[in-house]
Ligand binder design. Structure first.
Ligand SMILES: Cc1cc2nc3c(=O)[nH]c(=O)nc-3n(C[C@H](O)[C@H](O)[C@H](O)COP(=O)(O)O)c2cc1C
Length: 302
C-alpha cells in the first residue's frame, strides 16, 4: 500500500512532496529532471503576460540559517512558456502552472493559456514580497483577492490554488477571502520579507535591497500560518516554508496541510531530495505505527 498517496480535490499525488515555484521550474529540461527525481507534483516558475528579465545581481545570497533572494520574477512570458510545457515528458505527476498578474484580466488571460497548455491546476502567486504591483499588492487585499480568485475560477475548468504570503496581519483572513472566491486549495507560505546588510560596505547586499527569506529558518512561521489557516477554512492546504526532511513534512501535516511544497531544500539536499524526504516520512510512519500519512492531517488541533 502507498502510505503517502495524497489527494487534493480530484488531483492525485503519488506522494505529498511538490516542487515549489521558482526552483528549477522554468524550463522543460529541469522540470523533467524533477519529475524523474520522484516529486509528487511540480509547480512551474511564476509566469506573467510578458517576458521579464528580473532584477540585476546580486539576486541571491545564502545566510546562516536560510536563503535570501530578490530575483524579480524573471520568466519568458506566457506565450514562450508553452514551448517548455510541450517538451515535458508524459507523466502522471501533476503539473501546476504558477501565474502572477496585476489585475483580474491579466490573471484570466494567463490562467486560460495555462489551461490550454494542459497543466493540471493553476497556482495564483499573489504573494511575491518584492515584485512591485504584482505581489503583495494583490495578496494583502482580501477584497481584490476574492475578486481575482473568483474571476479565474469562472474562466477555467481546472483547480485553482492560491499561494499566500506570511507578510500580512492576518493570513487566516486572506485565506478566507480566497476560499470565498472559490479557491480549491491554499498554498502557504511564500518567502518572508527580509534583508542583509554588508557591514564592511555599509550597503544592503541584494541589488533590490529587500528580498524574501526561505529555508529552515522560516519553518516555524510556515507551520503557524498553516495552523491558523486550518482553523478558518474548509479547503485543503498545501504547506511550504523550510521543509527539509521527513519530520518537517509530518509537522506541517499535523498542523493541517494535505500536501507540501519544497523549494530551498533542493539547494541544501540536491535534486533527489523528494525521494529522500518520502523515505524519511515512510520510516517515521512505520516507527509510529501509522497506516497512512492522511490519518495525521490536522491532528495537532484539539
Ligand atoms: C530563488 C527563489 C525563487 C522563487 N521564485 C518564486 C516564484 O517565482 N513564485 C512563487 O510563488 N514563489 C517563489 N519562491 C518561493 C518558494 O516557492 C517558496 O514558497 C519559499 O521559498 C518557501 O519554501 P522553501 O523554504 O522550501 O524554499 C521562490 C523562492 C526562491 C528561494
Amino acid at each position: 500500500m502507498n502510505k503517502l498517496i495524497t489527494k487534493i480535490g480530484n488531483l492525485q499525488f503519488e506522494n505529498p512532496t511538490i516542487l515549489a515555484s521558482g526552483i528549477m521550474g522554468e524550463d522543460a529540461g529541469s522540470m523533467n529532471r524533477i519529475i524523474a527525481s520522484g516529486a509528487g507534483g511540480i509547480v512551474t516558475k511564476s509566469i506573467g503576460i510578458i517576458p521579464r528579465t528580473g532584477y540585476p545581481n546580486p539576486t541571491f545570497v545564502e545566510l546562516e540559517h536560510g536563503l535570501l533572494n530578490a530575483m524579480g520574477l524573471p520568466n519568458p512570458g506566457i506565450d514562450a512558456f508553452s514551448e517548455e510545457l510541450q517538451q515535458l515528458t508524459k507523466t502522471k505527476t501533476p503539473i501546476i502552472g504558477s501565474i502572477y498578474g496585476a489585475n483580474s484580466e491579466e490573471f484570466i488571460n494567463l490562467a486560460q493559456k495555462m489551461e490550454s497548455y494542459k497543466v493540471d491546476a493553476i497556482e495564483l502567486n499573489v504573494s511575491c514580497p518584492h515584485a512591485k504591483r504584482f505581489g503583495l499588492e494583490v495578496g494583502s487585499d482580501p477584497v481584490l483577492l476574492q475578486e481575482i480568485t473568483n474571476a479565474v475560477k469562472q474562466s477555467v475548468h481546472i483547480p485553482v490554488f492560491v499561494k499566500l504570503s506570511p507578510n500580512v496581519t492576518s493570513i487566516a483572513d486572506i485565506a478566507s477571502a480566497a476560499e470565498k472566491g472559490g479557491a480549491d486549495a491554499i498554498v502557504a507560505i511564500n518567502t518572508v520579507k527580509a534583508m542583509k546588510i554588508n557591514i564592511e560596505l555599509q550597503r544592503p547586499i541584494l541589488a533590490n535591497k529587500i528580498g524574501g527569506y526561505s529555508g529552515k529558518a522560516i519553518k516555524p512561521i510556515g507551520v503557524r500560518c498553516v495552523y491558523e489557516i486550518a482553523e478558518r477554512v474548509q479547503i485543503p492546504i498545501i504547506g511550504a516554508g523550510g521543509i527539509t526532511d521527513g519530520k518537517d513534512v509530518i509537522e506541517y501535516i499535523m498542523a493541517g496541510a494535505t500536501a507540501v511544497q519544497i523549494g530551498s531544500a533542493v539547494y541544501y539536499r540536491d535534486i533527489d531530495v523528494f525521494k529522500k524526504i518520502c523515505n524519511e516520512c515512510t520510516t517515521w510512519l512505520h516507527e509510529h505505527n501509522v497506516k497512512k500519512l492522511s490519518e495525521l492531517v490536522g491532528v495537532a488541533h484539539t
